[in-house]
Design a protein around this ligand. Structure first.
Ligand SMILES: Nc1ncnc2c1ncn2[C@@H]1O[C@H](COP(=O)(O)OP(=O)(O)OP(=O)(O)O)[C@@H](O)[C@H]1O
Length: 217
């Protein structure tokens, strides 16, 4: 599936001008596009808006096409996009395995099949023996890997990543970046990655620097 952003424009509450000039991108299956830009340019709000959780008072215009539909006309639960944030949102009261099972698509039916899918995700994350552990006992990099696997288990049609590496130790970042790129490619889903770190663009097929409106290149 291809994710297409067409003339996306975002205006903050009460502002006369949009945050940045209209943005267009086409992301093929398995590819990552990176949006970089200075703090406050609107990266997080844009990601939230595409996912269907536009912060109150913001206006998002343009089109986001996925599978022939304009996502912006659909309620969040019908958009089929997964989101990964800077701080992996793992449920602290659930084990690592149960966190993964929570993400699992309802298309995977039957207890044995669901258990097998979770075991495979643990293995792919390099966390085979970590299923019974509490998320609080994992390192930052391990948590990031669980968060990605959980998002993929939901079988999203596209994935949005908002500063997914920012909370990680610089030494870990390169490894997790490669891990994310490898698994997104294998899953064949398009991904939009927002980051203020220009190095994140290294894993992207294309990268777009967003400039505040009026200062554009
Ligand atoms: N309620 C609000 N009213 C007016 N402006 C707002 C409101 N909430 C956020 N903004 C502004 O909207 C802009 C976009 O914020 P956003 O968090 O999306 O930027 P960002 O590019 O993700 O920044 P960062 O890299 O620092 O996370 C910012 O300039 C912010 O000040």
């Amino acid at each position: 599936m291809t994710l297409e952003l067409h003339d996306l424009c975002l205006t903050a509450p009460g502002a006369a001008a949009p945050l940045f000039a209209p943005l267009s991108l086409r992301i093929a299956p398995g590819e990552i596009a990176c949006l970089t830009g200075p703090s406050g340019v609107g990266k997080s709000s844009l990601i939230a808006g595409v996912a269907g959780h536009l912060p109150r008072g913001f206006v998002l215009s343009g089109q986001v096409r996925l599978n022939g539909c304009d996502l912006l006309t659909l309620p969040p639960e019908r958009r089929g996009v997964g989101v990964i944030f800077q701080q992996p949102l793992l449920f602290q009261h659930l084990s690592v395995a149960d966190n993964l099972a929570f993400g699992l698509s309802p298309q995977v039916r039957g207890r044995a099949a669901r258990r097998a899918a979770v075991a495979e995700a643990l293995e792919r994350a390099g966390l085979l023996d970590f299923g019974p552990r509490d998320p609080a006992t994992l390192s930052g990099g391990q948590r990031a890997r669980v968060a990605l696997m959980r998002a993929l288990l939901a079988r999203p049609a596209a994935l949005l990543l908002d500063e997914p590496f920012a909370a990680l130790d610089p030494y870990l970042r390169a490894g997790i970046r490669d891990f994310v790129a490898k698994h997104l490619r294998a899953a064949g889903i398009p991904a939009l990655l927002a980051s203020h770190d220009a190095q994140d663009a290294a894993i992207a097929r294309q990268s777009l620097a967003i400039a505040p409106f009026g200062t554009g290149r």
